[in-house]
Design a protein around this ligand. Sequence first.
Ligand SMILES: [Ca+2]
Length: 101
Amino acid sequence: MSGSDPLHLTVSGSHLFFTANTPDIGRELWAVALAPASLPCVGDCNSNGHVTIDELLEGVNIALGNVQLSECGSFDKSGAGSVTIDELLAAVVGALSGCGA
Ligand SMILES: [Ca+2]
């Protein structure tokens, strides 16, 4: 996509929308479906596509330092080596409204 100058990247639902230039048509709107695996599923320790209460508790314990991050690395969305409040909230949202597959 070099030289196509993609702009206006916006994620809405399960799609990424953006505009890009093509030599034939000029700037037009594109939409790319995001694969389920690319959606964040923070806190899904066993990678089954669901965040459960016990997984949330695991994340809280990691944040408190009671449990090693290696017990559930999927809480560390930012890759910073720790679990932060926003990552716990992301896990809660995943538990309430679903995530991943
Ligand atoms: Ca799970």
